[in-house]
Design a protein around this ligand. Structure first.
Ligand code: 0L1
Ligand code: MG
Length: 262
């Protein structure tokens, strides 16, 4: 690690305050170019600790930047992971007050819920499929705290990978007879299709993102517990939204999920 503990805690407080007060900031590596990956995840975990201390619960995990479209949009090469707190959850069909966010974008995702723990290293797609209870369609709302979404990967990781809100659909689908790679995905904004894709856009198979996450956590001595909700990553590039927008996601065989911004 390159940063001392006081700096980690100060940066966590800074980024979380930006999140809670909906204001942006230059990326933190401008001030700390020496920051390494351990520092980046230490800041993210310190944000998580701040939320837990305030009574939030961690209800899930997310893999980010798992599709070529997202990597290209953000000009980065590697996936990342973050956590989901209960305060991020929005009910299906619910409304989000855009004044509480900075510059939100929506992403169409397949969310997994596990029925058995997953632990890397060595986790693979087969293990993920065996440990999956069901999948649900999900809209992730990302809202980078960095000005104009301009960042590098370490700054993104520290900022909990732009996590902001998420909405999951109400119908749980077991995966036994599904090929998640070929499921068609249509994201609509105000009734117009704005992004179209298929499950395979996420690392060739959305379960590969979950295996990657288990392996990344395994290197830290952590596992994915049974009963965890996991967003496997945006299938298309993220789409900007503004007040008045209604967003709806339809995933073949999995159903729909929607959210409005006011
Ligand atoms: O969920 C994601 O893929 C977000 C990763 C963080 C980068 C971004 O803000 O797009
Ligand atoms: Mg995402």
């Amino acid at each position: 690690m390159k940063l001392d503990n006081a700096t980690i805690l100060r940066l966590a407080e800074h980024l979380e305050t930006c999140e809670l007060e909906a204001r942006d900031t230059p990326k933190i590596t401008d001030e700390h170019p020496e920051m390494d990956w351990e520092d980046a995840y230490a800041i993210q975990y310190a944000i998580r600790d701040r939320k837990l201390a305030r009574g939030d619960k961690v209800v899930g995990l997310k893999a980010g930047l798992t599709s070529r479209a997202k990597m290209k949009q953000m000009n980065v090469e590697d996936p990342v992971f973050g956590f989901l707190a209960d305060s991020f959850a929005v009910p299906e069909g619910g409304e989000i007050d855009i004044k509480k966010l900075i510059h939100p974008k929506v992403e169409p995702e397949i969310a997994f819920v596990t029925k058995a723990p997953l632990k890397g290293p060595g986790c693979h797609i087969g293990a993920v499929l065996a440990a999956t209870d069901f999948v649900v369609p999900a809209i992730e709302i990302i809202d980078s705290r960095y000005r104009d979404f301009k960042f590098d990967l370490k700054s993104v990781v520290a900022d909990n990978c732009s996590s902001s809100r998420f909405v999951v659909g109400g119908s749980a689908t077991p995966i036994d007879d599904l090929d998640l790679r070929t499921l068609g995905v249509v994201l609509e904004k105000n009734g117009v299709a704005v992004a179209i894709g298929a499950g395979a856009a996420v690392l060739g198979h959305p379960a590969a993102a979950i295996a990657m996450l288990a392996n990344m956590l395994g290197r830290r001595g952590e596992e994915i517990p049974a009963g965890t909700l996991i967003l496997s990553g945006g299938i298309t590039e993220a789409v900007a939204v503004e007040a008045g927008d209604a967003v709806s996601l339809r995933i073949q065989s999995l159903g729909t999920v929607s959210v409005r911004f006011n």
